[in-house]
Structures are given as structure tokens and as C-alpha cells.
Design a protein around this ligand. Structure first.
Ligand code: GLN
Length: 494
């Protein structure tokens, strides 16, 4: 049962074939069995999960009409606050903190009856592409335990690929949902900015952060997106408009007559041959299904990475100023307020977080503000215009999600630039506030590891991601078969 899709699990719950307590126990047993190897979870809330499951079962028995995913378990990225449950963001700084409230995403999951199994590992404060920046431990890719599961949401994707949970929540500031999805052979969606509430999501870079659904297939992600998405008055950047019909779009799964734009700048040099091969085969499948493939150029994407690494650190230097030893987080040291603050931030933050705070503080300092932060914001506008132009020529845009398959743990941890380059294809979407999905495109020939196919659509056109994604997924499934396209067939078999 744990290898089925969330939608199939939900159907088994609805028909009475299975109870949520049984389903939750099966996943908790799987976590017990494999998580000492995968290390996807920072905290497993056995008691809480079983209580939620009992509650859903009782409500179902009483004949209550429940939401479609009621009783299905989920793994939650540890950047999202959940009342009473440790929330660390993978940082020493928040060790021991139990939030006094639920984030909007958690509140919506709970009211849909989705069972929260626990909190998943991540790069500290969501800064990274490999989950190696977690202050706790690295997470291992279920396809090959010596490799990274992507980042920053590697814990959530690894949990899906290892069948520890059928659904997960991630957050994507520059690629942290889509790149982990790509390298673990799972599905991840970065919704339109403002499409899913950020209330209770610990801030990294507020103008880029976006929570979204992770799953093992497109339809499951659409159902989850409908649960968590939509207007929230508690988030001032939340879009006050109804979500487009996502589940319906995933079920529609048609690309006939659509124009699919291949972004010229997001391929070629730096992309692994096997990843490009699977990407091009994906394009062929779309063409066979009746889509027209066109090439589009987004010349300013070349500067996206540079702009991102000024904007994201700038916002992070400001957001993380709250960890001042007085209001939030741990406190250590003695002496003046400043000495205590210094000692606390020295102990509480890891190397990458410090690097970003220093970079961001510098970029925002007077005398440099216009040259760095100001210029980066202008580049951001140019990137949005590239998207606008491209969307006049195509309904959706496509690229490989990440330039390579999963690399070895430790391979890039001392080379920040090499690490940053993982998000070269995902960052433009965040800078422009538009939406994107990664779906598995198959295994790369050189290493037998999963590769990702990215589909991007305009703001509030998230339905197109599901429509095209589901069509491509169905075509690739018939080509490759289920074990290849839905989670690691044998844990760590490689
Ligand atoms: N890897 C990128 C970074 O380190 C993106 C992270 C994210 O999306 N949270 O900033």
C-alpha cells in the first residue's frame, strides 16, 4: 500500500478497504525501517499522527463528508511552523523551539484531515541545493545513498522516493522544491508567488519564498495544491483571487494545439548529456501528443543567478536579524547585549548562512546599495520581461529542471559557486514570480539516476503546469514504466 499514489490511498480509505490508522502505521513502520539510512526526518510525531488518523477514521465512520485526501499521510519541511512540534529550519539557532501556532499551510492540511507524520530535513534556513547545510545531518538520496537528495528540501523529496510518505510540503526560493524533485525522481511544484500563504513559513527571502506541493505523481500534487493554496488574509502578499482548477487540469492532461517554448538559454554547456537526452525525448513525446514545439530566447536569464545571489542574501540578512539572542532562538555568552548577540549568532548559524548574511549586508550597505541591490532589482525586471515576451510565443516554457543528476555527498560542499549553479534553470521563475513544476523524465544513461523535466507557466496559470505535466507524465510512464517514474525502486540499490 505504501507504494501506491496518494489518490489510490485516498480511494482505499473512502471505500473502507483501509483505515487511516492502518495507513499511518504502515508509513511509520517504513520510517522505522529505512530512515536510519535515508535520514529524511528531523522529527517524527508518531503519537500526534496516530491521533489525527483516529480522528479522521471516527469522522468517516460517523458519515461525515471529508475532503479528498483525508486520512492520507504527509511529510512537512521543517521550515513550516506546526503548533507544539519542534521547528528548527535545520539550524542550531532554533533548537528546542516549539511554535505556539500553526502556519496557514498546516492549518489547511489539518482541516483537510491530512496526517502530518513529522518534519523533514533541509539546508539551514533553506539555503542550499543538497541538504548538506543542515546543522543536524545530511539526507541521503534513496536511489543511491552516497548521493545528495537535492536541496534545500531534500528531506521531503527523499521521504517520497523512499515511500516514507506519499505527499510532502516543500518551499522554493530558487529551486528547493523542483531541484530535489528532479534528482529523486519525484514531482514538485513551485506555485505562482502569492498562490500559497507564507504565514508561518520561516522567512529566508520574502519576495522569492513560496511553499508548494511535493508528490510522486502530478495528480497527487494537484490535489495537495488545492488543499494548501488560495487567498489568506494573514499574508499580505497572498493573491486575492480563486485558484485555477488544478485537479481538473491534471485530469484533462491534454496538450493538443498547445505551443511549448523551449528556452534556448537553459540547455547546452554545463548540462549533463544524459539529462539533455531525456529532456529532448520528453519534447518528442509532447510533439507526438499534438503540441507544437517552438524555440524561445530569454537573453537576460544569463544574469539570473547573479541577481538572485544579491537579492536572496540581502533579504536573508534582514530576515535573519531577528535571531538576536533576545527574541527568538537560542541564547549563549555573557556580557553586554552585543557580546551575547555575537556569541549566539556565532554558535547558532552555520557557514553558508553566515556567508549569505555577510554578502547581503554588504550589498545593502550605503554606497553599495545602488551598484549591487539596485542593479539586481533591475535585472529582475528584465527577467520578468523576458518571461512576458516568451509567453506571447508559447503557452508554457520548458527546460531540464537541474543541469545534472544527483551528485555525491561532499562533492560540492566546499565550492559554493558549484553548488549555486544547480539552480540555474529554476531561479528565473522565482525572480519573476511565475510558476513551475518538475516531473521525472527518466533515468540518465551515464549513471542510471533520475532527471527532471521543468514546465513553467505565467502567474496564476498553475493549471497549465498540471495539464501539460500530467500529459507528459502519462506518455513517459508508458515508455518507462512505473518503478522508474515513481520513487526509488529499490532503496539504495545502486
Ligand atoms: N539553492 C538555492 C539557494 O541556496 C535555492 C534555495 C531555495 O529554494 N530555498 O538559495
Amino acid at each position: 500500500m505504501i507504494e501506491k499514489s496518494a489518490t489510490q490511498m485516498a480511494a482505499a480509505l473512502q471505500s473502507g478497504e483501509l483505515t487511516s490508522v492502518e495507513l499511518t502505521k504502515a508509513h511509520l513502520a517504513r520510517i522505522d525501517e529505512v530512515d536510519d539510512k535515508v535520514k529524511a526526518f528531523l522529527h517524527v510525531d508518531k503519537e500526534g499522527a496516530l491521533k489525527q488518523a483516529e480522528n479522521v477514521d471516527a469522522r468517516r465512520k460517523a458519515g461525515e463528508k471529508l475532503s479528498p485526501l483525508a486520512g492520507v499521510p504527509l511529510a512537512l519541511k521543517d521550515v513550516m511552523v506546526q503548533k507544539g512540534i519542534p521547528t528548527t529550519c535545520g539550524s542550531k539557532m532554533l533548537e528546542g523551539w516549539r511554535p505556539p501556532y500553526d502556519s496557514t499551510v498546516v492549518a489547511r492540511l489539518k482541516s483537510a484531515g491530512i496526517i502530518i507524520l513529522g518534519k523533514t530535513n533541509m539546508d539551514e534556513f533553506a539555503m542550499g541545493s543538497s541538504t548538506e547545510n543542515s546543522a543536524c545531518f545530511p539526507t541521503h538520496n534513496p536511489w543511491d545513498l552516497t548521493r545528495i537528495p537535492g536541496g534545500s528540501g531534500g528531506g521531503s523529496s527523499a521521504a517520497l522516493a523512499a515511500f516514507e510518505a506519499p505527499l510532502a510540503i516543500g518551499t522554493d526560493t530558487g529551486g528547493s522544491i523542483r531541484q530535489p524533485a528532479a534528482v529523486t525522481g519525484t514531482v514538485g511544484v513551485k506555485p505562482t508567488y502569492g498562490g500559497v500563504s507564507r504565514y508561518g513559513l520561516v522567512a529566508f527571502s520574502s519576495s522569492l519564498d513560496q511553499a508548494g506541493p511535493c508528490a510522486r505523481n502530478v495528480l497527487d500534487a494537484a490535489y495537495l495544491h488545492e488543499v494548501i493554496g488560495g487567498y489568506d488574509p494573514l499574508d499580505s502578499t497572498s493573491i486575492n483571487a480563486p485558484l485555477p482548477p488544478l485537479v481538473q487540469a491534471a485530469k484533462n492532461a491534454s496538450v493538443t494545439g498547445m505551443k511549448i517554448g523551449v528556452i534556448k538559454e537553459l540547455q547546452g554547456e554545463g548540462y549533463q548529456a544524459g539529462v539533455l537526452k531525456r529532456f529532448n525525448e520528453g519534447l518528442e513525446e509532447l510533439a507526438k501528443l499534438g503540441a507544437e514545439i517552438v524555440e524561445v530566447s530569454c537573453p537576460n536569464f544569463e544574469y539570473a543567478l547573479a541577481a538572485y545571489y544579491l537579492i536572496a542574501p540581502s533579504e536573508c540578512s534582514s530576515n535573519l536579524a531577528r535571531f538576536d539572542a533576545m527574541r527568538y532562538g537560542i541564547r549563549t555568552g555573557e556580557g553586554s547585549a552585543e557580546e551575547v548577540m555575537n556569541a549566539t549568532r556565532e554558535l547558532g548559524f552555520g557557514k553558508e548562512v553566515k556567508r549569505r548574511i555577510i554578502l547581503g549586508t554588504y550589498a545593502l550597505s550605503s554606497g553599495y546599495y545602488d551598484a549591487y541591490y539596485g542593479s539586481a532589482q533591475k535585472v529582475r525586471t528584465l527577467i520578468s520581461r523576458d518571461f512576458e515576451q516568451a509567453f506571447t510565443k508559447a503557452d508554457v516554457l520548458v527546460s531540464p529542471t537541474a543541469p545534472t543528476t544527483a551528485f555525491k555527498i561532499g562533492e560540492k560542499s566546499n565550492d559554493p559557486i558549484a553548488m549555486y549553479l544547480n539552480d540555474i534553470a529554476t531561479i528565473p521563475t522565482n525572480l519573476a514570480g511565475v510558476c513551475g513544476i518538475s516531473i521525472p523524465s527518466g533515468l540518465a544513461e551515464e549513471d542510471g539516476l533520475p532527471a527532471g523535466f521543468q514546465i513553467m507557466a505565467g502567474a496564476m496559470k498553475d493549471d497549465l503546469l498540471y495539464q501539460v505535466g500530467a500529459a507528459l507524465e502519462a506518455a513517459l510512464l508508458s515508455k518507462w514504466g512505473a518503478p522508474i517514474l515513481s520513487g526509488a525502486p529499490k532503496l539504495g540499490a545502486k
